[in-house]
Every structure is written in structure tokens, then in C-alpha cells.
Design a protein around this ligand. Structure first.
Ligand code: KIV
Length: 273
């Protein structure tokens, strides 16, 4: 948990997120993977920046989050952290870096903390990864959990459909959420589950529950930045609200540039030495 201040900006900490939940203030969270975008969204006032393993999809063009490596996550985490003055920075532990055994999980989390300067890590799963969760927490590294649709297990489930619609899966999700809270996680992301269930989890837990495709009865929301800015035209799930059409704006700007170069309009007299 970072506690310092920079340039009179009060840094968001894990404790502040819990206080926000206590006073009913919703938490805003977005992903970022590079210095420039992280600086923009931090200055815009976002509370939490997630260096998500969705970098595997939106930065590297992979179909799933599975191929991204710990070294690659560290590269993204380092770039983001350098830009951020206020937001809490969370870095995802990638697939294969914490599920094998808890010692490996701890050494992966330590590498992220040492090499990126991030404030905390996020990992996917409940009871199955509890030993890793406990060992990482014992080393003083804060953890954000992730339940519901857990993309690193996509090959086990075979689809990205809404999770925990059946009673037994919903019961397991609630149990896992309590286990993570009791272990000492400071927050949990709940992805693509029915709004009522996510609301129940948020009301039963003292720690903030951040939703993605999990409705409005939770303590905060997270979206993948490329999706909400309209950079990803091909991805249109029901839960996604687009706040810009950056793909359209970039296409227009590039087409204008091509036109100006080809017509010799750019550069003009004032744009040369
Ligand atoms: O990697 C990611 O972007 C995430 C969010 C979808 C929560 O885990």
C-alpha cells in the first residue's frame, strides 16, 4: 500500500478504496498498458489503473490472455507506473505465474512489485489459488482478487458467456469471495455475472467489489480502456458503454495526413526550418 504524496496529489491507496466503499463513493477503474495513456487517464482522475493481462489481446493481438508472460507484464507495469501520480496501480499476475505452486506465486508477485513499483497485484480464482494468495499476502503484497468470468481459465469453460447463473456456481462464487476477503485481499473484481448476485457479494463483503459486466449494485466499475474509447470496433458486449470513437477519429486523422502528404500541402512554409 503506497501512502506517499507527489506534487501535493494524494495518492489512492488500498485503504482509501475501502474508505470509499464505507462512505458509498463509487470507485472508477480502467486498464492501461503504456506511459502516455496512463498519464492521460491518471490526470483525468481515475481512481485505479489496472495493468491487465488483457494487454495480451489489445496490445499484442493474441486471441486469449494466456500467452502474455511475466516479463511482458513487468514491461507494461513499469511503463504505466512511471506515468502515474494519483491512481492506485494494480498489475495482473499472468497465466502460469501463480497457479503452479505458492512459492512460484510469491516470487512472481515479488518480481512485479520490485521491478514495476506497482502498488499491488491481481490474480484470478478463489479456493483453488488460496495457498498462493496467503503466501503473497504474508509477504505484505496487497492482492485484488478476480472471480466470475476468469479469462485465464477460458479453455476450461470454453466460452465467454455470463457466469454463475446456476445456483451451485453462484454459491461457489459467494464462498470464494468470502474466502478472499478473510485471507486479506483488499478488493475483488467480479466479471460477467448477474447483477443481483454481484450486488449480494458487494453487500456481504466489507472490501470493495469492482464489477465488469456485473451490473450497478457493486462498489465500482472497471472497463478495458481500448473498449470504452472505441479503439476495438469488433468487441461489443452488452455491458460495454463506449465513451468515444477513437478508431474513427484516428482513421480520419491518418487519412487527412495521407492526403496532405500526397498533395504536398504538408509541410508548409511555417512547418519547415
Ligand atoms: O485484464 C483485464 O483487463 C482485466 C479486466 C477485464 C478486469 O482483468
Amino acid at each position: 500500500m503506497s501512502t506517499g504524496t507527489t506534487d501535493n496529489i494524494r495518492k489512492v491507496t488500498t485503504r482509501r478504496l475501502i474508505e470509499m466503499k464505507q462512505r458509498g463513493e463509487k470507485i472508477s477503474m480502467l486498464t492501461a498498458y503504456d506511459y502516455t495513456m496512463a498519464a492521460i487517464i491518471d490526470q483525468a482522475g481515475i481512481d485505479v489503473i489496472l495493468v491487465g493481462d488483457s494487454a495480451s489481446n489489445v496490445m499484442a493481438g493474441n486471441v486469449t490472455t494466456l500467452p502474455i508472460t511475466l516479463d511482458q507484464m513487468i514491461y507494461h507495469g513499469k511503463s504505466v507506473f512511471k506515468a502515474v501520480k494519483r491512481a492506485l496501480v494494480v498489475v495482473d499476475l499472468p497465466f502460469g505465474s501463480y497457479q503452479g505452486n505458492s512459492k512460484e506465486a510469491l516470487s512472481s508477485a515479488i518480481r512485479i512489485m520490485k521491478e514495476t513499483d506497482a502498488d499491488c497485484v491481481k490474480l484470478e480464482g478463489g479456493r483453488e489459488v488460496l495457498e498462493s494468495v496467503n503466501r503473497i499476502l504474508c509477504a505484505g503484497i496487497p492482492i485484488m482478487g478476480h472471480l466470475g468470468l476468469i479469462p485465464q481459465s477460458i479453455n476450461k469453460f470454453g466460452s465467454y458467456t455470463v457466469r454463475a447463473q446456476e445456483e451451485n456456481e453462484a454459491k461457489k462464487l459467494i464462498e470464494d469471495a468470502h474466502l478472499l476477503e478473510e485471507a486479506g485481499c483488499f478488493s475483488i473484481v467480479v466479471e460477467k455475472v448477474p447483477a443481483k448476485l454481484a450486488g449480494q457479494v458487494a453487500s456481504e463483503l466489507k472490501i470493495p467489489v469492482i464489477g465488469i459486466g456485473a451490473g450497478r449494485y457493486v462498489d465500482g466499475q472497471v472497463l478495458v480502456m481500448h473498449d470504452m474509447l472505441g479503439l476495438n470496433k469488433g468487441f461489443s458486449p452488452r455491458f460495454l458503454r463506449r465513451y468515444a470513437d477513437l478508431s474513427g477519429i484516428i482513421t480520419g486523422a491518418v487519412q487527412n495526413y495521407i492526403h496532405d502528404v500526397k498533395s504536398s500541402d504538408f509541410p508548409n512554409e511555417q512547418e519547415q526550418y
